[in-house]
Design a protein around this ligand. Structure first.
Ligand code: B16
Ligand code: MG
Length: 253
């Protein structure tokens, strides 16, 4: 089945991938080239893929860490990428070797979000990472369906600020999932929202946990960033600048 993730399976991707496929197994919609993309989905992570909000997360956490007397560096911040807000704070407490009551954790997480949202006030189209808009437009013009799959509870707000809400057929964010990446829930929900099977979707992710999540959902994963960090990805790109949907098709479809 399409959920197994070895290379051999991946090479067979062009075939219909099981009963989850709309139209059923063996549906001819996959055969004609023109129609093919209508049944393929692209799932995008938000932070680190569409926009670099990591620095605002960092500044907000840094402020609280300082207040708590916990040393928190940019390097530590790498551990928070793709991780939920609550888990992020737990990691910070671990760094400081501190323990806290749930209610108090809640208080700090709420405050962190307040500081983070203030940073986001100035967010605009200019903050969309280079090449992203062009890539989304070209892929959709070719018939791909697009969804956002983010751990962030602020994803809808961020897309609005970036004026990108219309570029996604579905948005699955931190409010809609119960299990964080590397659990595949966010991406599987994205595939379902697009009416597609997991194996007909490609995930674009900057975090190693996100690549794992994609594979756990039977999806191919394009890593955005450094190949050293994203060694598990099926293909790694530095960003969307000068990257075409055709290149992605050629490399991993
Ligand atoms: P929020 P992604 C993630 O976004 C960030 O990478 C991560 O650093 C953050 O803690 C998480 O969202 C939750 O964000 O506090 O806004 O709910 O990479 O999954 O798009
Ligand atoms: Mg990310």
């Amino acid at each position: 089945g399409c959920r197994e993730n070895n290379r051999k399976e991946q090479l067979q991707w062009k075939k219909p991938c099981g009963s989850l496929v709309p139209g059923g197994v063996g549906s001819t919609v996959y055969v004609t080239r023109g129609e093919k993309n209508m049944h393929k989905g692209l799932l995008f992570d938000l932070d680190g893929v569409i926009v670099d909000t990591a620095r605002y997360h960092y500044l907000a956490w840094k402020e609280l860490a300082q207040e708590l007397g916990i040393p928190f560096t940019r390097e530590d911040n790498e551990r928070l990428k793709g991780v939920s807000r609550n888990r992020s704070f737990e990691i910070i407490l671990e760094i400081g070797n501190r323990q806290m009551e749930e209610a108090q954790k809640e208080y700090y997480c709420t405050r962190k979000n307040g500081i983070y949202l203030e940073y986001l006030q100035t967010l605009s189209e200019k903050d969309i990472l280079p090449g992203v808009q062009e890539f989304l437009e070209a892929a959709r013009a070719k018939g791909y369906r697009t969804a956002l799959g983010s751990a962030s509870k602020n994803a809808v707000f961020i897309l609005e600020k970036l004026k990108l809400s219309e570029s996604f057929d579905a948005v699955i964010d931190g409010n809609k999932v119960s299990k964080a990446k590397p659990d595949p829930e966010v991406f599987l929900n994205g595939a379902v929202a697009l009416g597609l099977a997991g194996c007909d979707c490609i995930v674009f992710e900057d975090a190693a946990a996100g690549i794992k999540a994609a594979h756990a959902g039977g999806m191919r994963a394009v890593g955005i960033g450094k190949p050293e960090i994203l060694s598990e990805a099926d293909y790694v790109i530095r960003g969307f600048e000068k990257i075409t949907i055709e290149e992605i098709e050629q490399e991993i479809m």
